[in-house]
Design a protein around this ligand. Structure first.
Ligand code: 5AD
Ligand code: SF4
Length: 474
């Protein structure tokens, strides 16, 4: 790993006469974000760093002076999407040649110089630990000097950068960066570097600021939050401190590693009402043989024991997971064990993927032995079983009253609100006079695998308006 960290420093790829710099005030930056929530949070850090230099965020590529793609490398199809997107951006750049195009994030870290080859429209390539270099590299790019900054750091946490959060009542907050787990299929330890934690004091201070500004929901982020450590305190201590800032602010977190899901963390979740009853606990496979090949460092027995402890302490908990279909050498029997596990745990949600070989990972050397059509068939079965279970789970909510945080208009119909339960379920219900950021009681009338539908009731459970089905018919 050490050689990864000693990559070349920020460098310019063409000789330049050190430009004096163009005025940046009023210039506009447009960012598209791909991949995980860590990338969403990083985009807000990038916007903040650019804003310090006078750049304003814009939602339209046409008005942008600078266009960034914050990228993901976790699977090959994520990277293919970015190549497609760059072809589209080339069309804009033709019309506006002075526009600076940057590739940021994991793909920048992985592909580096390959992205700024001769004739490429990409001007700057900047990895996840080098965002502080962005304004300078963009400035140089305006004078035709392409820039590359991909050094990984053992210490960078952007602790002093307040993310530029542009809208909504929900905020992301990265509490640690990088990952030391080295699951054999995963490129993240290579693209995001070694684990490091942000100071607990600065996190709590930022949460106090968010509470003052009316944020109602906060998700603490890290590739493996259980590894958070700061001056003898662990993630459970951090979670408690953050939850105590404002009892009206809901706290979520992601992602946990099953090996490190401690009793203390589960107890802390149970001890505070505003820590959401929702846990994302990636299992990846139901087969111990495959888990070992993946270097996941736990067994299914351990995983199920953790789930039992979670249920014992947090009775209405909602659970989700990540699953990979078709890891090298996965047999029909391994796959069957994954299906059995899904049926046993009865997840409320899952992110399900076909295995995608990533260069330089240990699994890369294992080959890609499961044929594409077998992978596809296994993934389809996993999705099908999981969807049925999620739908059945959601039927259990019909007739119950849920406390829902209103987070905006429903995409399909502006007369409906969209909100979330504490257990992270999306609820759609008809508008009343309530505001975004308010908590309301919603009686659930029906549920699909992904969504609950209901209507607002008062504190005694009496309807405040027509149920949504009546509204639609009328
Ligand atoms: N192929 C398929 N899925 C992957 N993931 C990570 N690497 C790969 C890969 N090479 C999935 C894992 C992880 C999630 C973020 O992405 O399930 O938990
Ligand atoms: Fe990748 Fe494993 Fe780290 Fe998650 S825990 S980021 S899957 S190496």
């Amino acid at each position: 790993m050490d050689d990864l960290i000693n990559q070349p420093q920020t460098e310019s790829l063409a000789a330049s006469n050190q430009p004096a710099g163009r005025p940046t005030a009023g210039r506009k930056v447009y960012v598209e974000t791909y991949g995980c929530q860590m990338n969403e949070a990083d985009t807000e850090i990038v916007l903040s760093l650019m804003n310090r230099e006078g750049y304003q965020p814009t939602n339209s590529i046409e008005t942008a002076d600078v266009v960034f793609l914050n990228t993901c490398s976790v699977r090959d199809n994520a990277e293919q999407r970015i190549h497609g997107r760059l072809n589209h951006i080339a069309f804009h750049k033709k019309k506006k040649p002075e526009m600076v195009v940057g590739v940021l994030g994991c793909m920048a870290e992985r592909l580096r110089r390959k992205l700024i080859h001769e004739g490429s429209i990409v001007d700057v390539v900047v990895g996840p630990d080098e965002y502080r270099a962005l304004p300078e590299l963009v400035n140089e790019a305006q004078f035709g000097t392409k820039g590359l900054a991909v050094k990984l750091s053992r210490v960078e946490t952007y602790d002093d950068v307040t993310p530029l959060r542009t809208e909504g009542i929900s905020a992301w907050l990265s509490v640690m960066r990088g990952c030391d787990k080295f699951c054999t299929f995963c490129v993240v330890p290579f693209t995001r570097g070694r684990e490091r934690s942000r100071s607990m004091e600065s996190i709590v201070q930022e949460v106090e600021g968010l509470a003052k500004h009316g944020f109602r929901e906060l998700t603490l982020l890290g590739q493996n939050v259980n590894s958070y450590r700061w001056e003898g305190r662990d993630f459970a201590d951090l979670l408690a401190a953050v939850a105590d800032v404002d009892p009206l602010m809901r706290i979520r977190y992601t992602t946990s590693h099953p090996q490190d899901m401690s009793d203390k963390l589960i107890e802390t979740m149970a001890s505070r009402k505003n820590i959401c009853n929702y846990i994302h606990l990636p299992v990846q496979s139901g087969s111990n043989r495959v888990l070992q090949l993946m270097n996941r460092t736990y067994t299914i027995e351990h995983y199920l024991e953790r789930i039992a402890s979670i249920h014992a302490l947090i009775p209405n908990v909602s659970m989700s997971t990540d699953i990979i279909a078709g890891f090298p050498t996965e047999t029909d029997d391994d796959h069957r064990q994954t299906i059995e596990l899904i049926k046993q745990v009865r997840y409320d949600g899952a992110y399900m993927f076909k295995y995608s070989p990533r260069e330089n990972t240990k699994a890369w050397a294992m080959g890609d032995s499961v044929p594409e059509e077998v992978k596809s068939a296994r993934l389809a079965e996993i999705i099908d079983v999981q969807r049925t279970i999620a739908e059945e789970n959601n039927q259990r909510h019909v007739g119950t009253i849920e406390e829902v945080l209103v987070d905006g208009e429903s995409k399909k119909d502006a007369s409906e609100w969209k909100g979330r339960t504490d257990t992270n379920k999306v609820v759609i219900f008809r508008h009343g006079d309530e505001q975004v950021g308010e908590y309301v009681n919603v009686k659930i009338h029906r549920g699909t695998a992904a969504t609950l539908f209901g209507s607002i009731v008062d504190a005694e459970g009496r309807p405040k308006e027509f149920p949504i089905e009546l509204a639609v018919v009328g």
